[in-house]
Design a protein around this ligand. Structure first.
Ligand SMILES: [Zn+2]
Length: 75
């Protein structure tokens, strides 16, 4: 049981390929998503409020994050 869990976690970590951020966009000004270079899109603000990223609310800070690497959950 324990080893199975560890193996699943190892597989998951292996699958997380980092991809550069191309752009940010939001729907209704709440749900921020990133577009990654691999073509996948990722939702950033589905976590509880204390996990929200304050830089998402600032256009300048968002712009500064373009080109940063984010682990893609689908690659
Ligand atoms: Zn991807």
């Amino acid at each position: 049981m324990h080893t199975l869990f560890a193996r699943q976690r190892a597989l998951r970590n292996k699958r997380l390929t980092k991809q550069p951020i191309l752009a940010f966009y939001s729907s209704k000004g709440e749900q921020w998503r990133v577009e990654l270079r691999c073509g996948h899109h990722q939702l950033l603000t589905h976590q509880p409020p204390f996990h929200q990223r304050p830089w998402l609310l600032s256009p300048a800070l968002r712009h500064a994050m373009v080109g940063c690497w984010l682990p893609c959950k689908e690659c």
